[in-house]
Design a protein around this ligand. Structure first.
Ligand code: GLA
Ligand code: CA
Length: 696
């Protein structure tokens, strides 16, 4: 089956509820339908397949590995034979789904990233610097990235560390079978103990603060998990057949860490504080055991992280060749913009071209047939929103001014004023001219499966109407300096000043921040930028320390089924911009309660038609009430050096997960005649956990 992406799905007439229309005050404008996005030929074509076409778990008659591993390690008695390092039934990738067929060993995938590693305690809440580095180290119960090529009618998360599962008759229990005999990269067996350590002592320990990881509510309130034996775990859910949670068991939220290494450092089992636990594995700590295809063996600050092949990796190809094909992986520590530049120039191998400021140059340079990299645009699934902090319950401990802003954020007229003061056409063009960016009212993106134009309320740019909304919100410029003032008695009746949290690692975030400052000024709101690096941005967001933030949306907006719990405050900490205060209570607005109900129904529904209807309701509630303020959406392009084979056709840069997951890097290879000389630690393997580097 061959299909191109659905770009904008056309829509019928505007169907807004009478109650909403009646609520419009004098001088304010009613919402309309969003305009259709400019035509943009997405090049990405996807060949849809079934899960069984991609891989299965089974034993093969014999197994193979790079010759140097056999010669230097197995024959020398340093490593057991490959068949003993693999599980009973490894994950076997099928040849028919590899666009270039079975691969050969060798070469390096050179990534460039703008983030920096905090350390290796991923489940304890540390970032490794993003750009897919953690994706390559962690393996999760299920897998979502490659779902972009699964037939939509067969969509469900792919098995991974959980190789199969079944539901009890009443649907409340889900029994999962872990891959039997799979091992961490240091040879220690992976078992339910790793799973239970993650669940009991990380997810459910309120003192452990995961970054993007699982939080209470990620798997539904009241959900429990138990180990029956080394390879069997049993989930119990309050709702029957809550299949949606299988998606949360993929990247980000259920990727266990090595219990045999982490547990002894956890405060429950040591004298460590939680801070010491989190920081027990700094970037200098080498050879952290992974279940992923590569293991970090060298770190040079602000320079590079080098990873070598995991000799215990538990996936093979159909001929029994242990994966990965690529011996080494680099993470050059630079900037995100440099990732684009290097990928196009050929000194890097991979980029998600996602900052429109680089589009024209990247397109021009890769149009040359001699260019080292290919560039393929996908659908419009990158987008940004402005999120107002809706917690008036003490989350982030705002001062008097901050609290007054939270109250304003919760005022519908205030949010409408903001949205109508944003000139999205101009904002998009400030990033890049041409048919790339399009008007994004907020909510689900127009290029995605659940989008419904008729359910989307768009408040066009209209400064007069915006000002009328601001007056409705009770704001006036009482001292005539052009900035509206808080009402007397609130925050000293001072000018309304709002801080805007911006991730300074990305030019696009900064450009959008500048645009917001400029567009709020004529409205009479002073916006003060709080531009910090990505690590600090994440910390401030998690701590609730912001009035507004510019935010690049995640998979909940593109796929809806992945990270669904982030779509609304269904749990105390699941929303990006509205969380519980110290007393663990949320202060939901009435329409938010409706959003929560819709999202919970979506999660608990097994019916595709019903789910589509629910997402129409979601979109309507979201956009009519201006829940988040959409800014812009545009397509992204995957840039990959031409020497790489087995890059699936039409891989989107972020649909069910980032492209680093979707391309299935463990299956990519470089044909012998194209192999470069990039390995920094040729013929070595990861050393013992905590030891200095790789071993020969
Ligand atoms: C960062 C980058 C993305 C992607 C992700 C992967 O956020 O901006 O393009 O590489 O990391 O986690
Ligand atoms: Ca004033």
């Amino acid at each position: 089956m061959m299909r191109t992406y659905a770009m904008a799905l056309g829509g019928a007439g505007l169907l807004l509820s009478a109650s909403v229309v009646a609520a419009f005050a004098a001088g304010t404008e009613k919402p309309t339908l969003p305009p259709d996005p400019p035509k943009f030929e997405a090049q990405g074509q996807v060949d849809y397949v079934s899960q069984a076409d991609i891989f299965e778990f089974k034993a093969l008659p014999d197994y193979h590995e790079p010759d140097w591993v056999t010669k230097n390690f197995v024959d020398a008695g340093k490593l057991p034979p490959v068949k003993d390092r693999l599980p009973k039934e490894p994950l076997v990738y099928k040849k028919g789904n590899m666009v270039d067929g079975l691969g050969v060993y060798g070469d390096t995938l050179r990534h460039v990233i703008g983030g920096r590693p905090e350390g290796w305690n991923y489940i304890g809440g540390q970032t490794q610097g993003w750009g897919g580095i953690d994706i390559g180290l962690s393996e999760c119960l299920t897998r979502s990235g490659p779902l972009f090529e699964i037939k939509p009618s067969e969509l469900q998360p792919l098995p991974n560390l959980a190789k199969s599962w079944e539901w009890s008759k009443d649907g409340h229990q889900l029994t999962m079978h872990l891959v039997e005999g799979a091992k961490w990269s240091d040879g220690v067996p992976f078992t339910s103990e790793d799973v239970m350590f993650y669940w009991n002592d990380n997810v459910n320990d309120p003192n452990v603060t995961p970054l993007n990881g699982a939080k209470p509510g990620t798997f539904g309130e009241g959900t429990t998990l138990e180990a029956k034996d080394d390879y069997t775990i049993v989930w119990t859910f309050k709702q029957p057949f809550a299949k949606q949670y299988l998606y949360q068991m993929a990247y980000g939220t259920f990727c266990p860490g090595p219990a045999h290494i982490l547990k002894p450092q956890h405060p429950k089992y040591s004298k460590n504080t939680y801070d010491q636990y989190k920081n027990a594995f700094p970037p200098e700590y080498m050879n952290i055991p992974t279940m992923g295809a590569w293991v970090p063996v060298e770190y040079r600050p602000d320079d590079i992280i080098v990873m070598r092949r995991n000799p215990y990796y538990w996936k093979v190809d159909e001929a029994g060749n242990q994966l990965p094909y690529l011996n080494e992986m680099h993470y050059k520590l630079s900037t995100w913009a440099d990732r684009d530049v290097q990928a196009v120039a050929g000194s890097g191998d991979f980029s998600n071209l996602e900052q429109p400021e680089s589009f024209v140059e990247a397109l021009k340079r890769s149009a040359n047939p001699a260019a080292p990299a290919r560039l393929e645009f996908g659908p419009r699934i990158i987008g940004y929103s402005l999120y107002p902090n809706l917690s008036a319950n003490g989350w982030g401990e705002p001062d008097e001014r901050g609290q007054a802003v939270r109250e304003l954020n919760r005022n519908e007229h205030f949010r409408k004023a903001i949205t109508e003061a944003v000139d999205r056409q101009r904002l998009g063009e400030s990033l890049v001219k041409g048919p790339f960016t399009t008007i994004y009212p907020g909510g689900l993106y127009s290029g995605t499966a659940y989008y419904d134009k008729a359910s989307t309320a768009y408040y066009p740019f209209n400064l007069e109407s915006a000002k009328a909304e601001l007056a409705e919100a009770g704001l006036k410029d009482t001292d005539g300096d052009g900035i509206v003032n808080f009402p007397a008695g609130t925050a000293g009746g001072k000018n309304v000043e709002v801080t805007l949290l911006v991730n300074g690692d990305y030019q696009t975030d900064k450009s959008l921040g500048d645009g917001i400052v400029a567009m709020m000024e004529p409205l009479g709101i002073r916006v003060i930028l709080n531009t910090v690096d990505g690590k600090q941005r994440d910390a401030l967001q998690q701590a609730g320390k912001f009035d507004w933030m510019v935010f690049r949306n995640q998979e909940e907006m593109t796929s809806v089924v992945q990270k669904t719990v982030n779509l609304a405050p269904v749990g105390p900490k699941t929303s990006w911009f509205h969380r519980a205060g110290k007393d663990d209570q949320l202060d939901l607005l009435p329409f938010e309660q409706e959003l929560v109900d819709v999202v919970n129904k979506f999660i608990n529904s097994g019916d595709g038609d019903e789910q589509r209807e629910l997402m129409k309701q979601y979109q309507k509630l979201y956009t009519e009430n201006v829940y988040g303020i959409g800014l812009t959406q545009y397509p992204g392009a995957l840039i990959i050096n031409k020497r790489f084979a087995n890059v699936p056709k039409g891989t989107p840069i972020n649909l069910f997960n980032w492209a680093e997951d979707s391309v299935i890097r463990e299956r990519m290879y470089v044909p012998t005649d194209k192999q470069g000389n990039y390995e920094l630690h040729a013929q070595t393997l990861p050393g013992a956990p905590g030891s200095a580097g790789p071993i020969k």
